[in-house]
Design a protein around this ligand. Structure first.
Ligand code: C2O
Ligand code: CU
Ligand code: CU
Length: 555
């Protein structure tokens, strides 16, 4: 990382326009790598991947009812932590009506069960891996000690995994053993060795203190080199942290609060999920086939695991807790009545909880892994009318997302307070002890195409960024094409984009920022909570698997 240490006494330098990178500059660098993919991306900077075509007939839009993932019941609420159990296993799920789709699941469903927790009340989730490959669980957006954060080499091995020394819960350092039991991978030999890995199996308990703002989190697989196909196959679920302050606000609740996990997928002729893995067993060789190096897109839009669903609503305010769980697809959501009237999306929260005050959007962009907490009001929609949620970045069938059908009038006692939260951090540029500049660009990796951070592919054994516990830092992130950049452990504020002001949807505390082509953006955060080894990475899941991840050590 290039660091600009301003000295202990001084303040972080401000950004000037001169220091920000123009589109020409960033794309020029991409094209200069001479890679077909990078060149293609430079020509189509809004492009975030290649779309697979399903080989089964697809259902009409707005017919399948919207499923709401079941809330997982704890196995115990005694003692200092609520305890949960989840078995990771193969299951055949009906995603498209009448089509049987084998998936990798948390507990037999896609999405996995939702965990609902209370701020400050720890939980322990005991995962049992009955899948044919090692797994890693990460709670995205969680303020979690490093040992439970799901570092990509902290594997949970299935029973009978070759050469595995299973050690049960206690953990076992793998030394310099091959981390995934695989042959030569795209990362080459070096990255396969991680002396700090803690490998367990087939069960492992993850304890989450949840000492953090109330918000929508999600849990998903995070195994080194294979995160993208594992999430695609179904290893993703929601986690909602609640607290008393938020409960007291009078926001729409109960049946007027809907979690919406949006994800695209494609289906092969036999009903299975299509994905262009080089090694479909996901055991040995990581990576995807050539046209999909920039990202894998599906031609079916799922919400909570149902294709283009429809949900019956009352003519009232609804709180939609939206997650873009797609590997690479971006959305720009717009809510329209069938007669062409646009309904506002009133944003009340970001990745890391409530905003200070609501922000009204007509269009809401969402990059992979981002969450938006929005309220839409159906009060003005006539009973019987339909409201569609569309993605303005999609085309043909991928333009539709889901629909609501207004079924009846009700008295709506919910409200949207003008002040939503008073506990947001107030970091200022002058609090920062350091400004780092970090680039996210295409490049060469082990003789092939890779996605690099500061010119390097991920290596668990290398130390990339080391920050002092408690320090406030400004990071200037520079992108060639779209890169949704995510930091583990901390939430941040967006300070600037392209040397100018942040965008409207950058409001609040975030853990993922959508960098646009050729853009540089500045974020500010305080590195506190826990010490240890964390990560930051691109959350285009294919980029993440192809190198775009780095270590963040808090000391
Ligand atoms: Cu959602 Cu490191 O991940
Ligand atoms: Cu994360
Ligand atoms: Cu990326």
């Amino acid at each position: 990382m290039s660091e600009q240490d301003d000295g202990r006494s001084g303040h972080a330098r401000g950004v000037t326009r001169r220091q920000t990178l123009g589109i020409g500059g960033a794309l020029g660098l991409t094209a200069a790598t001479g890679l077909a993919t990078a060149a293609a991306l430079a020509r189509r900077p809004s492009f975030t991947g290649d779309e697979l075509r399903s080989a089964v007939p697809l259902p009409p839009a707005f017919q399948v009812p919207l499923p709401i993932p079941a809330v997982l019941a704890p196995v115990s609420t005694a003692g200092s932590a609520n305890r949960y159990e989840i078995t990771q296993r193969e299951a055949t799920v009906e995603i498209l009506p009448g089509v049987r789709t084998p998936m990798w699941t948390y507990g037999g469903t896609f999405p996995g069960p939702t965990i609902e927790s209370r701020r400050g009340r720890p939980i322990t989730v005991r995962h049992r891996n009955e899948l044919p490959v090692p797994t890693v669980v990460h709670l995205h957006g969680g303020r979690t000690p490093a040992s439970a954060d799901g570092y990509p080499t902290d594997l949970v091995l299935p029973e009978g995994w070759p050469d595995a020394t299973r050690t049960g819960q206690g953990g076992h350092s793998m030394g310099t053993r091959d981390m995934s039991g695989r042959g030569m991978g795209a990362h080459g030999r070096d990255a396969m060795h991680d002396p700090r890995a803690v490998v367990t199996g087939p069960t492992r308990g993850y304890t989450f203190p949840l000492n953090q703002r109330a918000t929508l989190l999600w849990y998903h697989d995070h195994r080194m080199d294979f995160t993208a196909p594992a999430i695609w196959r179904g290893l993703a679920g929601l986690h909602i942290v609640r607290d008393d302050t938020e409960d007291a606000l009078g926001l729409p609740a109960g049946r007027h609060e809907l979690p919406l996990m949006i994800a695209d997928r494609a289906f092969a002729a036999d009903g299975s999920l299509d994905y262009p893995s080089l090694d479909p067993t996901l055991r040995n060789r990581p990576g995807v086939r050539e046209p999909y190096l920039a990202g894998v897109l599906g031609d079916v839009i799922l919400v909570n695991g149902a294709p283009w669903p429809v949900h019956e609503v009352e003519a009232a305010r609804y709180r939609l807790r939206i997650l873009n769980a797609s590997n690479a697809r971006h959305y720009e959501l717009e809510v329209l009545t069938d007669d062409g009237r646009r309904i506002d999306l009133v944003q009340i929260g970001a990745d890391q909880g409530l905003l200070a005050a609501p922000v009204t959007h007509r269009l809401l962009p969402m990059a992979p892994a981002e969450r938006y907490d929005v309220i839409i009001d159906f009060a003005g929609v006539p009973v019987g009318a339909r409201v569609r949620v569309v993605n303005r970045l999609g085309s043909g069938r991928t333009r539709d997302v889901m629909a609501f059908r207004v079924a009846r009038k009700v008295t709506d006692r919910s409200r949207i307070p003008r002040v939503l939260s008073r506990d947001l951090p107030t970091w200022r540029r002058s609090d920062a002890t350091r400004v780092r500049e970090i680039s996210f660009r295409a490049g060469r990796m082990h003789g092939g195409h890779g996605w690099l951070i500061d010119g390097k592919p991920f290596d668990p054994a290398r130390s990339d960024v080391t920050v002092r516990f408690g320090d406030v830092e400004v990071w200037r992130l520079i992108a060639d094409v779209h890169h949704p950049v995510h930091l583990h452990l901390v939430g941040f504020h967006v300070l600037a984009r392209g040397g100018g002001r942040p965008l409207r949807h950058d409001a609040g505390l975030k853990d993922t920022i959508s960098l646009r082509p050729g853009e540089s953006a500045e974020i500010i955060t305080r590195f506190d909570g826990y010490r240890g080894r964390y990560l930051f990475h691109c959350h285009n899941a294919e980029h993440e698997d192809m190198g775009m991840m780095a270590n963040l050590e808090i000391v």
